[in-house]
Design a protein around this ligand. Structure first.
Ligand SMILES: [Zn+2]
Length: 407
């Protein structure tokens, strides 16, 4: 009895080895992708089915005949593995038709909004017009802020990161326009923390600025919510939570920049003081969010007002007590939108902002600025790689940008 059982087990082991060998051979049977460019869509469907690929078809504008295959995600000659095969086909419409229809202009103006705080009071309860909490409209009611966000979205604006604007990276869908949000002074109402949850994560007041922005991430995912917060040495005025706040903001798609350590007025500081004010804030950010913040300074009081001021160069670069820093851009207090990064008149180091306040359509408030932008704003072609402009703008292009399409 014992002998027979051993024999049986032996057969079983042999059988398993045989199956494993067969499987290995089968796995090694590689199929190589072919060039699909001359295929019809039904032929591609058949091919994908045969090779167990999930076919995903996307249409794109192209001067090529309708349904011509423009691109395939698995390149000819590559070994086919299980997964998706994405192909892009022509929808037969020429780009020029589309540019005209959407009035694409990637040399149009871009609004960089300057906010400070948002206070959770009713607009009717303030002593000032249109949801301004103070006379200058630096702080706004949450009600007014929500109205602003709705307005930007409905007017076709989509958010981009300030740093991307400075660097000339604009990723906005076809026919839409970029907008940048900034907040100065690191006020508690920017991101008011109510406490920690069971996991030790900060709980954000839904009525503080970031609470509202987060609700808009859900309401309009294509709004691409983001903002840059310019802070001083007091960070967000919440010593118990400050570090966690900074990390949370970075993790959730917001940016942190430098508003000087002590809200200095750089018109009157000495060279040493200037360097100290900039360096100390960068050092503080290095301690909490190293390599994750933006090297951009929002100039307190918008000062100095000209980049020829002797202190200005120390805001851009300097060494303070062996600590070397570099700033890629500075923000003015300003009153209007600024040039497209592809415009030869754009100064990426010294950028204009619009004061986000309400003054009944006067004095360069939001309403006035967006009226001016109606015919002059940047309108995207939907691709971040090429620059599309109307022929009338051709003399304004920065020669650094080679791949420009004019229509
Ligand atoms: Zn300030």
């Amino acid at each position: 009895m014992k002998k027979i059982r051993i024999k049986k087990q032996g057969w079983l082991i042999l059988l398993i080895i045989f199956i494993v060998i067969m499987m290995t051979i089968n796995l090694n049977k590689e199929v190589v992708m072919i060039d699909l460019s001359s295929y019809t869509i039904s032929e591609v469907k058949e091919y994908a089915e045969k090779n167990h690929l999930k076919l995903i078809i996307k249409e794109e504008y192209s001067d090529l005949k309708k349904d011509t295959i423009i691109n395939q995600s698995i390149k000819p000659g590559d070994i086919i593995k299980k997964g998706d095969l994405k192909i892009i086909i022509s929808n037969g419409l020429s780009y020029t038709d589309i540019y005209k229809e959407y009035q694409v202009n990637e040399l149009g103006f871009i609004p960089v909004m300057m906010y400070h705080g948002t206070q959770h009071v009713k607009s009717s309860e303030t002593a000032y017009t249109g949801g301004n909490v103070d006379r200058e409209g630096y702080q706004r009611t949450t009600e007014a802020f929500i109205k602003d966000l709705e307005f930007y979205y409905q007017e076709g604006y989509r958010m981009i990161r300030l740093e991307d604007y400075v660097k000339g990276i604009i990723d906005v869908e076809l026919g839409k326009s970029p907008i940048v949000l900034t907040f100065d002074d690191g006020l508690q109402n920017n991101i008011n923390v109510l406490g920690l949850d069971d996991e030790g994560e900060i709980m954000i007041d839904p009525n503080s600025t970031v609470g509202i922005l987060e609700s808009y991430k859900k309401k309009y995912p294509d709004f691409k919510i983001t903002a840059t917060f310019f802070i001083n040495g007091g960070l967000f005025q919440q010593p118990k939570y400050n570090n966690q706040i900074l990390k949370w903001l970075i993790k959730n798609g917001y940016d942190i920049g430098n508003h000087s350590y002590g809200h200095a007025n750089f018109k009157n500081t000495s060279t040493e003081q200037t360097k100290k004010e900039i360096a100390r804030l960068y050092q503080q950010l290095d301690d909490i969010i190293p390599n994750q913040y933006v090297h951009i300074v929002a100039l307190p009081f918008g000062s100095p007002f000209v980049d020829t001021h002797p202190n200005y160069k120390y805001i851009l670069e300097g060494t303070y007590q062996d600590y070397h820093y570099k700033t890629i851009s500075t923000l003015k207090v300003g009153y209007k939108s600024d040039y497209s990064p592809y415009d030869k008149r754009f100064n990426s180091k010294f950028i204009n902002r619009i004061r986000a306040y309400d003054n009944n359509g006067l004095e360069f408030d939001i309403e006035m600025n967006f009226k001016l932008l109606k015919d002059t704003k940047y309108i995207s072609d939907g691709s971040k790689d090429k620059i599309v402009i109307p022929e009338s703008e051709i003399t304004n292009i920065n020669p650094h940008y080679q791949e420009v399409i004019s229509y």
